[in-house]
Structures are given as structure tokens and as C-alpha cells.
Design a protein around this ligand. Sequence first.
Ligand code: ZN
Length: 271
Amino acid sequence: VVSDGYTKLDAGAIHGLVPRVMWEPIVGPENIDSEHRMKLALNCAVIRTGGATVLVDTGMGDKHGPQVRERQFPGDYGYLLAGLARIGLAPADITHVVNTHLHADHCGWNTVRRDADLKPTFPRARYVCAASEYDDATHPNERTRGTYFAENFTPLAQAGVLELVSGEHTVVAGVTFIPAPGHTAGHGVVALTSGGETALFTGDLAHSATQFERLAWLPAFDVLPMVSIETKRVLTARAVAERALIVSVHNPFPGAGRLVERDGRRVFVAE
Ligand SMILES: [Zn+2]
């Protein structure tokens, strides 16, 4: 897991319909800033298998002006390439980039600005995301417009490096993109299987440990909340049954843990 840093979003929006009196003791009032925002980590995953080096999600990136950095997505981010360098990876080493979805906090490093142009950051990579997500991202509406930044994905189509997939899709052996609709219609998670073990990179299936534990706790950001509940029902059951390592984008770095059943309740145990 490599971090791009963190952003801060409105804590009430992160908790959706759940009243503040219920979530605040769990989050901890000390973790809410003076503008009622809380930190969300920006965890990305690197998978090395065979000859492939797969990067899953790319954080916020470094292209943003003050409006985004100070108001819309405040925080401290832009560290993904430095994190990759620390584990010996240059942009040209990445063979595949997978985006769980195309919200601004998941695909920011897909592209970089070079002079007046926008270029794929990872020059040798194929970029994989759901075709329906790309459709929605390139045709945003009043509700979704604020988080789809075309600069993060349309240059990929222009460069001919975008691979738009439908349904379940094997990226490379052992790395599978699985549709997980709810947060967006085209949202997906990435399952890693190796030696009988499973890891799930969960994108925005949940924004916190509690949202893994409780099906009905959803962020206000989900565009299809009832679908989110059904998707979480299926994927959390799989996570429990397979004792899967969950890698969450927004849980504190590295965002990893397992969902275990204790006294009839599910508990997210960080690792
Ligand atoms: Zn997100």
C-alpha cells in the first residue's frame, strides 16, 4: 500500500443519514476539525505478479489549483510518485493502472501536466476502469459534476491507453476487477487471490471501518444507496468467509484489516 497523503471531507457527508450523536463518539471529536471535516487517507495499492506491476487507484495527484486544494478537497497529498520511488518503482515500471471509479480522489495521478498538455503519468501502462463509469464521468449531472475532473481521464482516451471493461475482468492472473455498484453505478473493487488467500481492495465500498461493520451506514456520496447495501452484503460476506485482507482507500494508512464475527456482530480488526 502506497499513500498519496490525505484529504479532508465534511464529516456529516461521510456519515450520510446517520445522526451525529451516533457517529461522533466513534470517530472521536478530536478527529473533527474546526470546519467539521475529518481526514480520509488516500491509499493506493501496488501488486507485483509475474512480469506485471499493477497500481490500483491513484489518489488526488498534483494538478490542482487553490480552489480544489483549499476548499473542495483540502488536505495534504500528491505523494504517490515519491512513495513508489521509495519502493524502487518509476512511473515507467507500472504496467497496469486500475481505477475503482473516477472520482477525483481515486484517479488524480492518472495524468500529469507537461507544459500545456496532459499526459498519462505511467507511460507504459494500460488503464482499466468500468465502461459505465467512464460514461458517467464524461456525462456528469448536477449531482456528480463536482467530483469528476475530466483532466484525470479524457487524456487517457486521447492517448489510446484506456481499457474500458464490462462485468468481471481479469487484469492479470490473480488480479480481478469486480463490479461493486452503489457508490457509483460503475464502481468496482479489486480482488487479489494468491495461494488460497484473498485480499480485497475496496475503493469506496466503505469510507470507514464502521461502514464495513454496519451495512446501513453509508456516506451521502453514494449515488445508489440501496444498491450499495446489497453490494456490501455480498462483498462483506465474502470477506468474512474467506478471511480476506481488506485494503480500504480511506481508512488510516495502510487501511488494511479483516472483518471478523464476534458475538453475532462484525468487527473490523485493523492490521
Ligand atoms: Zn473516495
